[in-house]
Design a protein around this ligand. Structure first.
Ligand code: NAD
Length: 259
């Protein structure tokens, strides 16, 4: 018997689409194929048009401006979604940012402000995004996915402060999973291998990272956007109902290799 994931009747909010190469967009396409109805946020006016263009294939979905470091803007998104839809079932958090001068160079030279910016944007934002979504999840609970990277555990030269941010993000995912588990709200992270995106372009050494993953991972290749999207679809569906607080690697196995 063929088993497929059906998300028809499910609704969700996706934070983090910038363009067609965004991991958030690959996930969104998969969720939409499975029947989910989605609303999107975009960071600022400059990104409105590309996000509108990217998402228009889904029939002009709800698009809302949101700088997720501002809790009032996150709340405004959920207020609008509540008035349009009532409940939601899923949330996708694909947000990261660090100042260019804090990527590459000596890690010890990271400024306090740079630390704050990276941690607030890339880690803190998960808290209001999950916490303020909680009242919108219905009786049956909900599922949240965020995106992390192996640099939370191991040192990737150039990734610097973003590694610290990913370590914090993963810890938050576990704590949020524990806090909201009794309401059947699940929180999981996907630890993806390197993928060419706007955010990835600003990481010095990204090419070396990609080459190392391709040459040394057990599968001897890089992963693709679709593989992350498939895992997100699984985590956001009832197929993964017993999984929460997990960090799932989608990295062609690179994480198990020491030498
Ligand atoms: P991307 O540039 O397409 O997405 C990053 C998004 O973060 C953009 O949409 C940007 O607008 C948004 N953003 C930044 N600051 C924000 C703020 N203050 N409020 C709201 N949104 C904000 O790049 P991506 O690679 O698709 O990144 C998505 C996630 O995947 C990130 O968490 C990234 O660290 C993670 N990730 C990426 C890779 C990779 O190799 N590309 C690997 C592992 C994990």
């Amino acid at each position: 018997m063929a088993v497929s994931i059906d998300l028809s009747g499910k609704r969700g909010v996706v934070f983090g689409v910038a363009n067609q190469r965004s991991i958030a967009w690959a996930i969104s396409e998969r969720l939409a194929e499975a029947g989910a109805e989605l609303a999107f946020t975009y960071l600022n006016e400059r990104l409105k048009e590309p996000v509108e263009k990217t998402t228009s294939v889904l029939g002009n979905p709800i698009l809302l401006e949101c700088d997720a470091t501002d809790e009032d803007q996150v709340q405004a998104v959920y207020d609008r979604i509540k008035s349009e839809w009532g409940n939601i079932d899923l949330v996708v958090h694909c947000i990261a940012y660090a100042e260019r001068e804090d990527l590459g160079g000596d890690f010890s030279a990271t400024s306090r402000q740079g630390f704050r910016t990276a941690l607030e944007t890339s880690a803190y934002t998960l808290m209001p995004i999950v916490g303020r979504a909680a009242p919108l999840f219905g009786e049956s609970g909900g599922s949240v996915v965020t995106l992390t990277f192996d640099a939370s555990q191991r040192v990737y030269p150039g990734y610097n402060i973003m590694g610290t941010a990913k370590a914090a993000l993963e810890n938050e995912a576990r704590q949020l999973a524990a806090e909201f588990g009794s309401r059947n709200i699940r929180v999981n992270a996907i630890s993806a291998g390197p993928l060419p995106t706007l955010a990835a372009r600003s990481i010095p050494g990204f090419r070396d990272m990609t080459r190392a993953h391709r040459e040394r991972s057990p599968l001897r290749r890089n992963i693709n956007h679709g593989e992350v999207a498939d895992t997100a679809l699984f985590l956001l569906s009832d197929m993964s109902s017993g999984i929460t607080g997990a960090i799932i690697p989608v990295d062609a196995g690179y994480g198990i290799i020491a030498l």
